[in-house]
Write a protein that binds this ligand. Structure first.
Ligand code: AP5
Ligand code: MG
Length: 218
């Protein structure tokens, strides 16, 4: 049965950083709703144009657009054995829609690692984040300086600060998270799949804590 892993945590908790590593380890695709939206923004697609204002203000893109986008992504052949979801679901309606999608695909959410990080730390992580425009690889001015691109694409000139990482927008994103996404902690706790992980550790230590809660590999 395909296994789906949902990475839960506030903006800046390290979902993207860790999902990329876990995806490599368990050989499942890393599906980041934010990355798919940013790709659409870059390519000026209809979806990208609809999502742009919400994203730049740090608000959520409406559920119907987001759900349709993820349903399309999960129906592709590379997700046949499961996937690591990063940034989706983010509202109770999205979580229910995901359950419906996975039922159709014959899979289920097997574990929801909830990466917990104090709010002050989130702000310093996001305000120092730098991202490669070409491949999406994420670095941090202080905590994870750019060394070389894991995909051999990004160089200094491609590195940029995300529009929504400005301090005012970051504060709004955290507020939006607390109002809309934090209720999913209880949603997945009730289903018995939530695993809280201390995200306030060095990147490699968070990874080790996450690996400890993943389903055992044969
Ligand atoms: P999205 O791209 O998903 O942003 P987010 O959830 O706000 O999360 P982030 O990507 O900011 O944080 P992260 O947890 O991935 O942290 P990272 O690993 O990069 O969404 C963007 C927007 O798209 C939303 O605001 C919304 O508008 C829209 N959207 C997306 N999904 C949606 C949905 N489902 N519904 C509706 N709208 C949606 O780490 C952060 C930084 O910290 C990095 O610089 C990293 O190097 C550093 N770092 C990571 N771990 C550590 C550590 N342990 N110690 C020190 N530094 C660390
Ligand atoms: Mg991310």
């Amino acid at each position: 049965m395909p296994d789906y892993i949902v990475m839960l945590g506030a903006p800046g908790a390290g979902k993207g950083t860790q999902a990329a590593r876990i995806a490599e380890k368990v050989a499942l695709p890393h599906i980041s709703s934010g990355d798919i939206f940013r790709e659409n923004l870059k390519n000026e697609t209809v979806l990208g144009k609809k999502a742009a204002d919400y994203m730049n203000r740090g608000e959520l893109v409406p559920d119907d657009l987001t759900i349709e986008m993820i349903a399309d992504r999960l129906s592709r052949p590379d997700c046949a054995n499961g996937a690591i979801l990063d940034g989706f679901p983010r509202t109770p309606a999205q979580a229910e829609a995901l359950d419906g999608m996975l039922q159709k695909l014959g899979g289920e959410v097997v574990v929801v690692p909830y990466i917990k990080v104090p709010e002050e730390e989130l702000i310093s992580r996001l305000s120092g984040r730098i991202v490669c425009k070409e491949c999406g690889a994420t670095f941090h001015k202080k905590f994870k300086p750019f060394e070389s691109c894991p995909y051999g694409k990004c160089e200094g000139e491609y590195l940029y600060q995300r529009e929504d990482d400005k301090v005012e927008t970051v504060t709004n994103r955290i507020k939006v998270y607390l109002e809309n996404t934090a209720p999913l902690i209880a949603y997945y706790q009730d289903k018995g799949v939530l695993q809280e992980v201390d995200g306030d550790q060095a990147i490699d230590d968070v990874l080790a804590s996450l690996i400890a809660v993943l389903p055992q590999q044969e």
